[in-house]
Design a protein around this ligand. Structure first.
Ligand code: HEM
Length: 497
């Protein structure tokens, strides 16, 4: 009774209600700021990261799905790159982002050892691919220009669409062999497939799980591109498997990616041909999307800083060897230009994404709770003036001179585009660093050399916004165009001033 009287005391009731209200108010305010941060992440992620970034200091960002812990000290980035897969997992983040069960026909993403082996072997043979890839890069551009309206020889092209088609055409040779480079329907599906995966994966993150199969079907038009690719690739893989097993390989052994996978795929299960196709498609996604974006930004930078074009042409001319072929690896200015372009325009603002499979504690005390992600704010790091002198100024020769802290760390005069470093984590770092980077840099250079050597380029007269941001990505606006004209035209025609 006494207790009841005590509880019903109006003063105490008032106090209790006040405490509850204050708690609710604080709870709502604190969650409001989380909700606000989640919304900002979706639409202005790169800006949010830049605002929260303090060199070397860890911070968190609330995204709609989970919290990200971002580490930026050299020691923590190295620690993140060395963590074991069962502690901080790259495969788990890829599975969440791309939802392969719905977007990539259920491909197993854990065959990365196999992909690393194949790409290593491909890298060793890159010079032998140069002539056919150069011819295909040339064809990709002339096909794009064919029939387009000319104004003083100038043609307007969509930068990103051209970049995607050029990469798809050259990659098709390396991945699937020459016959497919002439198959227009195959090439269309090959350009469409990475876009489908990207858009479907995003759409799936916004709908409940049970709706995922329907949603991915709608977005990919019932997986039209992937079904087309599979229908063409499956018979080729089956034929190659058959030839391999019965030793009846006719003529020269193909040297494409398919042949590597036929030789190295460890599993002898009855559906292995289909699984191999799936592996090639997963690599295809990685192999087209990122290089095309890198070319997009490099072309915009070449137009924005035209003072580099003559120097690059001279470098290319000087590198032609006695048999008339260009030594791609000797193009140091092009390498540095590309590296600078990607430093300033990294299309991804975060790198080394890892999901915590257990609660993880960095040596500096930063903790990542189970299920959250750890990553590196690479865009902010690569634009940090305490790491890069004049970080906000485009300097195409930056990585040739021994002027940056980065090159001091590497201890070399030229820091190459494909080098990995905690302060240039474009390719990731450590044992899981992108195994396709040597190939990527090679085809990007081949495609750009063709343009620099044989064409004049400029941006449209009326500058428009060329990119938009979504989550942590900075993506090309597909309608962004540039103007291009054969140099032979400008040599023979003088434009009115
Ligand atoms: C400009 C182009 C590219 C960029 C910027 C890029 C970047 C990356 C990054 C950041 C990672 C994750 C590494 C980590 O988190 O530690 C990665 C992984 C990977 N990349 Fe690339 N990549 C590019 C092109 C390519 C190409 C052309 C291929 C294949 C032909 C490829 C194949 C792969 C594979 C198989 C992995 C997974 C490696 C593993 O987890 O063990 N990438 N890439």
């Amino acid at each position: 009774m006494a207790l009841l009287a005590l509880l019903l005391n109006p003063e105490r009731i008032f106090l209790a209600v006040s405490v509850c209200l204050v708690y609710i108010l604080f709870y709502s305010i604190s969650h409001l700021s989380q909700w606000q941060e989640s919304a900002r992440w979706l639409f202005t992620g790169p800006k949010l990261l830049a605002e929260k970034y303090v060199p070397g200091v860890s911070f968190t960002i609330q995204t709609p799905e989970r919290k990200y812990t971002l580490v930026s000290s050299e020691a923590s980035i190295l620690e993140l790159s060395q963590a074991k897969e069962d502690q901080l997992s790259l495969v788990a983040t890829a599975e969440e982002v791309f939802q392969p069960a719905h977007t990539m026909n259920g491909i197993e993403l854990n065959r990365l050892g196999l992909q690393h082996r194949i790409l290593r072997s491909l890298t060793l043979r890159l010079p032998s691919y140069q002539d056919p890839l150069t011819a295909l890069a040339r064809q990709a551009l002339t096909n794009e220009l064919k029939g387009k309206q000319l104004d003083q020889g100038w043609v307007t092209l969509s930068i990103f669409s051209y970049a995607q088609k050029a990469v798809a055409k050259t990659n098709t040779y390396t991945f699937y062999g020459e016959q497919f480079t002439r198959d227009a329907a195959f090439l269309d599906a090959a350009v469409q497939y990475p876009q489908d995966v990207f858009v479907a994966a995003e759409a799936l993150r916004c709908v409940p799980k049970f709706f995922a199969p329907v949603m991915s079907s709608i977005v990919t038009r019932n997986h039209r591109a992937s079904r087309h690719l599979i229908s063409k690739l499956l018979p080729v893989i089956k034929e190659r498997l058959d030839a391999e097993e019965h030793g009846n390989t006719k003529g020269e052994t193909p040297r494409d990616y398919i042949q590597h996978i036929v030789k190295l795929y460890p599993d002898k299960s009855p559906d292995r041909a289909l699984r191999m196709v799936q592996q090639t498609l997963a690599l295809w996604f990685a192999g087209v999307h990122q290089p095309a974006m890198t070319i997009f930004y490099a072309l915009v930078d070449l137009c924005t800083y035209p003072e580099y074009i003559e120097r690059l042409r001279k470098e290319i001319d000087d590198s032609v060897n006695s048999i008339g072929s260009i030594d791609i690896n000797s193009l140091l200015l092009l390498d540095s230009f590309l590296k600078e372009s990607a430093r300033m325009n990294a299309s991804e603002s975060i790198s080394l994404r890892r999901k915590a499979m257990v609660p993880y504690h960095f040596k500096d005390g930063t903790s990542v709770p189970l299920g959250d992600w750890a990553c590196v704010p690479q865009r902010a790091i690569m634009r940090d003036p305490s790491i890069y002198a004049n970080a906000h100024v485009f300097d195409g020769t930056r990585f040739i001179r021994n002027a940056t802290r980065l090159s001091k760390i590497d201890g070399v005069a030229q820091s190459k585009f494909t080098d990995t470093s905690p302060f240039y984590p474009l390719w990731g770092l450590g044992k899981q660093a992108c195994p396709g980077r040597f190939y990527a840099a090679y085809i990007i250079k081949i495609i750009l050399v063709e343009i620099i050597q044989n064409y004049d380029i400029k941006l449209d007269a009326s500058p428009t916004r060329r990119c938009f941001t979504w989550r942590s990505s900075v993506l090309p606006i597909p309608s962004s165009t540039f103007m291009i004209r054969r140099r032979s035209f400008s040599d023979h025609n003088t434009e009115p001033a």
